[in-house]
Design a protein around this ligand. Structure first.
Ligand SMILES: Nc1nc2c(c(=O)[nH]1)N[C@H]1C(S)=C(S)[C@@H](COP(=O)(O)O)O[C@H]1N2
Ligand SMILES: [Mo]
Length: 204
């Protein structure tokens, strides 16, 4: 079977349009503590150092805007969502990964995590979003920062994001260890880990 064709305006297979903005996540909504909040890039960085920004510093980073659909693996999609934030490309410029980095682990409050191929994280429309539709995110939708990767199912985009770990090999994140597909491409309908083919992810 070939690559499913992305028709203009079409939804990935098995998805339907959702109006409004549902709240969906595992666990409680964390309380934002500005004094203790820190955003970290660590692991296999090019200079070997850990980089961190406090909220004020993070808020001063250059912003981009992306309009994209969001696809939840439970089969609803939201169309044409406008996100503003720091593009993943900007972050990768600020803290270049070491040679040999193939994957990233995106970390959020309470230890939620999602693994992505570096190439997926680095896509032009991947955004560390702070705003939606011009308004700051609300607490339940991920304030102050959530990752948005329009090319993957939404569980790959942690709300309440706190950092990125550069990795020299793949490792499963929170849902990827719990039955969800390691890659999560909605256009290929990669929903569950039992659909994985050899090479799609580390042994379960
Ligand atoms: N920290 C965290 N982020 C998360 C999740 C989660 O359980 N914890 N769920 C993901 C899933 S499955 C979806 S569909 C979206 C939902 O985002 P929303 O609540 O803003 O609609 O958040 C994603 N980010
Ligand atoms: Mo989801």
């Amino acid at each position: 079977m070939g690559e499913p064709e992305r028709r203009d305006g079409g939804l990935p297979p098995g998805q339907r349009t959702q109006r409004g903005w549902p709240v969906l996540h595992y666990g409680p909504v964390p309380r934002f503590k500005p004094d203790r909040w820190e955003f970290q890039v660590f692991g296999a960085t090019a200079d070997g150092a850990k980089h961190a920004w406090n909220h004020e510093e993070f808020s001063a980073l250059p912003l981009s805007t992306v309009t994209a659909d969001l696809h939840c693996v439970t089969k609803f999609s939201m169309r044409d969502v406008e996100w503003t934030g720091v593009s993943a490309a900007t972050l990768l410029d600020l803290v270049p990964p070491a040679r040999g980095v193939t994957h990233v682990m995106v970390w959020a409050e309470y230890g939620y995590s999602a693994n992505l191929r570096l190439a997926d994280f680095a896509r032009a429309d991947s955004l560390l979003a702070t705003h939606r539709g011009g308004e700051p995110l609300t607490a339940e939708h991920g304030f102050p920062v959530r990752l948005v990767v329009p090319g993957l199912y939404a569980w790959k985009g942690p709300k309440w994001m706190r950092g990125v770990e550069y990795m020299l090999a793949d490792r499963r994140g929170f849902w990827e260890e719990r039955g969800y597909h390691n890659l999560g491409d909605p256009w290929r309908e990669q929903r569950y880990s039992y659909q994985e083919e050899p090479g799609d992810g580390p042994e379960l």
